[in-house]
Ligand binder design. Structure first.
Ligand SMILES: *Cc1c(COP(=O)(O)O)cnc(C)c1O
Length: 434
């Protein structure tokens, strides 16, 4: 284990990155980690605890990505670690059912009333891909609606105007995605209910589903405008279209029952990931029992997974969800979120930097934009060069923010008011120097 240094160092990370680049495309296993949107080279992490990341140079960093969402109770929480250890001692995978899967399913169904039945999978990508197959299978229709800047993982039909790293890389349409696949995907602007109405007028009878992030995290944090989710619900009901809330990011993040609890709008299907796996690879899709019963082997819509419901993942996820249920950190996270928001707003105002801060609970984004960001058209106007400088300035002050203007920051129940204040002080110094 390395010792924390006081001055920012990067030699070891640079060496680790050079070596990684020889064996892996771009040196990483997921593009969001490569710092492509902010310039420079990524830090290699050695360990994490509570609110901190420790990199291979011994820098201690206050973490605001939380593994891009999962670590809502902080890194290496003793109860989660213990649950994983106990499970591992009983064997790491069986390929046969376990009671832990049912116990986890019960926890989720209790937390999210719209989910009557669910299927565990291994990632958010698998969850959304499978939910869309089910929506198409159940309706016998082909077309789907998604919104620009919403990211739903990397399944072919969803890699059209996707947010997150796809947005950063400027390849919303990836090579390898066929025209045939993307022609059934209609892409609309988020928060534009009139455009959605027009799409239903034109294609209503052909639409299998509408999939959306009920609070967008993948073009930075963009909350739904009043009435937008409600209108999507009404239109889907009128036209027999399946409404899918992609709560891979917001599930158990913005409220215990997800964004659907916060906004009081009920989808037909929900996808989750990130927090539900407690930091291990897991996702799920679930919803109305009559829809879920169309999935094999109860029904005919094919979907399977050798490692689905893996005992380590269900142990970690179960431990994390029980912590969230029993300790309910949401009021605390809201309080600290407000503290960070107010502090950053003051710091940016004092520095004379045009900005917008958008936040729902413990997910938020400081946009370098002078107007509210409501859709991808707005988000794409942000000053990304300024964001890159802000990001690196904060790293040098020991604060690790998401490495893109189009990613929301996350913090955990282990982020104390003192750490939030320290973050605001660092940001104030950096914003003044921009
Ligand atoms: C992260 C994310 C996904 C993809 O999940 P993976 O586990 O990375 O495949 C899908 N949808 C949303 C909203 C996400 O934030």
């Amino acid at each position: 284990m390395t010792k924390a240094t006081t001055e920012f160092q990067q030699q070891e990370s640079l060496a680790a990155f050079d070596r990684a680049c020889k064996f892996m495309p771009g040196g990483v296993n997921s593009p969001a980690r490569a710092f492509g949107a902010v310039g420079g080279k990524p830090l290699f992490i050695e360990r994490a605890e509570g609110p901190y990341l420790y990199d291979v140079d011994g820098n201690q960093l206050i973490d605001y990505i939380g593994s891009w969402g999962p670590m809502i109770m902080g890194h290496a929480h003793p109860k989660v670690v213990e649950a994983i250890r106990e499970a591992a001692l009983r064997g790491t995978s069986y390929g046969a059912p376990t009671r832990a899967e049912t116990e986890l399913a019960e926890l989720i169904v209790e937390a999210v009333p719209s989910i009557e039945k669910l299927r565990l999978v291994n990632s958010g990508t698998e969850a959304t891909m499978s939910a869309i197959r089910l929506a198409r299978g159940a309706t016998g229709r082909d077309k789907i609606i998604k919104f620009a800047g919403n990211y739903h993982g990397h399944a072919d039909s969803l890699l059209v105007a996707a947010g997150s790293s796809a947005a950063n890389l400027g390849v919303p349409d990836s090579p390898g995605v066929t025209a045939g696949t993307s022609q059934d995907t209609l892409v609309l602007q988020y928060n534009d209910a009139e455009q959605l109405e027009r799409a239903f007028t034109e294609h209503g009878g052909q639409l299998a589903c509408v999939i959306l992030e009920p609070v967008v995290g993948n073009m930075g944090c963009v909350p739904p405008r009043p009435g937008f989710l409600e209108r999507a619900r009404e239109l889907c009901t009128q036209h027999g279209t399946v409404l899918i809330f992609d709560e891979v990011m917001t599930g158990f993040r913005v409220a215990y029952g997800g964004a659907q609890a916060l906004y009081g709008v009920t989808p037909d299907l929900t996808t989750m990931g990130k927090i539900v796996g407690g930091g291990l690879p897991m996702g799920l899709y679930g919803g109305r029992a009559d829809l879920m019963d169309q999935v094999l082997p109860a029904g005919k819509v094919f979907q399977a997974g050798t490692l689905s419901g893996n005992p380590l993942a269900t142990a970690a996820g179960g431990a994390a969800l029980r912590l969230l249920r029993d300790e309910s950190p949401y009021a605390y996270l809201e309080e600290q979120g407000k503290r960070l928001e107010v502090g950053l707003h003051q710091a940016a105002t004092d520095a004379g930097v045009p900005h917008q801060i958008q936040r729902v609970g413990s997910m938020m984004t400081l946009f370098f934009h002078d107007r509210p960001v409501r859709c991808w058209l707005d988000a794409s106007e942000c000053d990304r060069t300024r964001f890159g400088k802000y990001f690196w300035g904060l790293i040098e002050h020991g604060v690790y923010m998401p490495c893109s203007q189009f990613e929301a920051l996350f913090f955990s129940s282990t982020h104390t008011p003192q750490l939030i204040d320290q973050t605001v002080e660092a940001a104030a110094a950096v914003l003044k120097s921009l």
